[in-house]
Design a binder for this molecule. Structure first.
Ligand SMILES: [Zn+2]
Length: 447
């Protein structure tokens, strides 16, 4: 048993004062407000919140941070650098990089990550002797960094979508493809066998195996249904309408929007997540609302790649559930993503107050979309995740606890608990110097 006390806590009913929390076997057993600390309590500073869920990550993109802005940084500068990296990366190097990236996420208050994982095979496109060598490396990395992982193993079969249909894979993309949805399903089944697989499985309680469709560009319509069916009961994520070009190509070839095409093959529902969803029609928005689909917004990536501003308030009003992702990990700060959700909506609509601070905290804690419906609240029975945010830093001093999510950042995170385990304390990760680990993992990749 372990117990904690903080001056403020973000409880299901709102911010409460003098909060005491007791954890046993990785779950909260008691959460009380308006009480004084007991002798044995660990005293935490500031405001304690539920752990954050990072619903969209490509861990290896972290190595691109600060390296894609040459010549002004076009989308193609970014993609060329990303492919240069994807061409070279091997499982041992990826393990070291991902471990450091997941530790950086823990420092930012993230207790679970949805890793949208599409780098599967050897450089010539053939499988490794263990066909899930990369998947295992990522799962191991998350475990060492102390956070939960939902490995969203991604089906990626074609090199893109043009006016004449789907394109051949190029030399780098061969590493992403299993050749068919059936072969993808077989490989993922092996991974699921080892790691306990389905939602609710307790075999390895910090790992879920989910699925992803890279996009309607990368998976031809004829194979979408098989991926959706294979993912039944597990989280399924898809990149949707990040750039207008995808909408144009899909309309040209299939005569409908990416959202409509996916829906025809069974996509949409509370275990499904559309990532980005930047360029949607009114019908697309209504469809995601009607099916209570999750939408993973990744605002710092979407602005970095000049994607545009997605219709977040409209999706929320329609009934979709908004979550947040760090995507390319050029910024690992989910509080910044939450703030950007509101601030981008202000810029796009010339109106303030599109999302309340409580709605932003809901978006920060979208664990259910990663297959963890028992996380995301400071309440008895929930997983004992917690983030203690300091209210006495230069950024947060003077702010009201109930509004601090609009001003705080990763640097204000003091303590992080994941499933009752202390991962970050006093702003320090249990692995030690995370900046050093990042530097050591990234330098060899560009040598
Ligand atoms: Zn992505």
């Amino acid at each position: 048993m372990s117990s904690y006390w903080a001056p403020y806590g973000w409880l299901p009913g709102g911010v409460a004062e003098r909060v005491r929390l007791v954890a046993e076997d990785g779950r909260w057993t008691r959460v009380e407000a308006g009480v004084e600390p007991a002798d044995q309590d660990v005293r935490l500073p500031g405001l304690v919140l539920p752990g954050f869920a990072n619903t969209h990550s490509h861990a290896f993109h972290r190595a691109l941070r600060g390296r894609t802005h040459g010549d002004g940084g076009t989308f193609w500068t970014w993609r060329d650098r990303m492919y240069a990296l994807a061409r070279r990366l091997e499982p041992p190097a990826y393990h070291l990089l991902a471990r450091a990236v997941y530790a950086e996420m823990a420092l930012a208050g993230i207790s679970a990550v949805g890793e949208f994982h599409y780098l599967h095979h050897q450089q010539d496109g053939s499988p490794y002797p263990d066909p899930n060598a990369f998947g295992h490396a990522l799962i191991q990395a998350a475990s060492e960094a102390g956070i939960r992982i939902t490995l969203l193993d991604t089906c990626y079969l074609s090199g893109g979508l043009g006016p004449a249909g789907h394109l051949e894979l190029d030399e780098v993309q061969r590493r992403f493809s299993d050749g068919s949805a059936a072969a993808w399903q077989q490989r993922v089944a092996l991974l699921a066998q080892i790691h306990g697989a389905q939602v609710g499985a307790a075999q390895d309680d910090t790992v879920r195996i989910g699925a992803a469709i890279h996009s309607v560009r990368a998976v031809p319509a004829g194979q979408l249904g098989q991926v959706v069916a294979a993912a039944a009961g597990s989280p399924l994520h898809v990149h949707v309408s990040e750039q207008p070009a995808e909408n144009e190509a899909t309309l040209g070839h299939y005569g409908c929007s990416p959202t409509e095409l996916l829906a025809r093959h069974g996509f949409g529902g509370p275990l499904h997540t559309a990532v980005h969803a930047t360029h949607l029609s009114a019908a697309d928005i209504a469809l995601y609302g009607r099916t209570a689909t999750n939408i993973s917004f990744c605002p710092t990536t979407e602005r970095d790649l000049a994607d545009g501003i997605g219709p977040a308030p409209e999706l929320a009003a329609a009934g979709a559930r908004l979550t947040l992702g760090s995507d390319q990990n050029a910024c690992v700060d989910l509080l910044e993503e939450a703030r950007a959700l509101e601030l981008h909506a202000r810029l796009a609509s010339l109106r303030r107050g599109r999302f309340s601070p409580a709605e932003l905290v809901d978006a920060l804690t979208g664990h259910a979309s990663l297959g963890w419906p028992d996380a995301g609240q400071l309440a008895p029975g929930q997983r004992a995740d917690l983030v203690a945010l300091r209210l006495d830093t230069v950024r947060t001093a003077g702010a009201l606890p109930e509004q601090v999510v609009l001003v705080a950042g990763a640097a204000d995170v003091d303590t992080v608990l994941v499933d009752g385990r202390l991962v970050v304390s006093g702003g320090r990760h249990v692995l030690g110097d995370v900046a050093g680990l990042l530097a050591e993992a990234i330098a060899p990749l560009w040598r």
